[in-house]
Design a protein around this ligand. Structure first.
Ligand SMILES: [Fe+2]
Length: 200
């Protein structure tokens, strides 16, 4: 049984009802529609399954759309200090893919505002033209059991946020032959809380 299937079975068995088979998509309202659609097409290497002047449905895999954008020019921009979604996260298959993704975006002038090894994942955070936040990540462990063990560890209890890292350094060390497992291991920095994380 694959890990994904095992996880689904476990969820279904523990509840008296159906569970979602997947998180299907996110829809964004935007006052800068074209800029947003172009940004998401580039950043996610996505294409439109359907688009017109008011809507765009973007896909990069087997789902017909993962991101949709609605053209709403009258909308106000995001303000700081409000409740709501913090970020959406996209997983890559390997640290090498995450580094390649970083370099492709960097070449286009798109840079992360935060590079953090959460422990379970190595992550890069970006903001889209409307300042919605995205996380691009790679799993640090091979199995869910290992991830869960980290979540249950004393190390995670004292620092559930993570340890910042230098993606350029990671890229160099990967090219020099260091293993992904070694490079993804989170350095311990002692206790850390929510304070100081660069979120708007
Ligand atoms: Fe996240």
């Amino acid at each position: 049984m694959t890990t994904a299937l095992a996880n689904k079975r476990k969820s279904a068995d523990s509840l008296n009802g159906p569970v979602p088979s997947k998180l299907a998509h996110v829809v964004l309202r935007s006052p800068r529609f074209k800029e947003m659609v172009d940004w998401y097409k580039f950043v996610l290497a996505a294409s439109a399954s359907y688009e017109n002047d008011g809507l765009a449905f973007l896909t990069y895999d087997e789902e017909h759309h993962r991101i949709a954008v609605m053209n709403m020019p009258h909308l106000a921009g995001r303000t700081t200090g409000t409740a709501g979604m913090d970020h959406m996260a996209f997983s890559y298959d390997s640290l090498a893919d995450l580094v390649a993704h970083y370099r492709r975006l960097k070449a286009a002038g798109i840079m992360p505002f935060w590079a953090i090894n959460h422990g379970p994942t190595t992550s890069l955070y970006y903001r889209d033209p409307d300042e919605n936040q995205l996380e691009f990540q790679v799993e640090n462990f091979e199995t869910l059991a290992e991830s869960n063990a980290f979540f249950s560890s004393a190390e995670f209890a004292q620092n559930p946020i993570g340890t910042e890292y230098d993606i350029e350094d990671i890229g160099r060390r990967l090219a020099a032959g260091e293993s992904e497992a070694d490079l993804k291991r989170r350095p311990s920095i002692g206790p850390r809380g929510l304070e100081g994380i660069p979120l708007r």
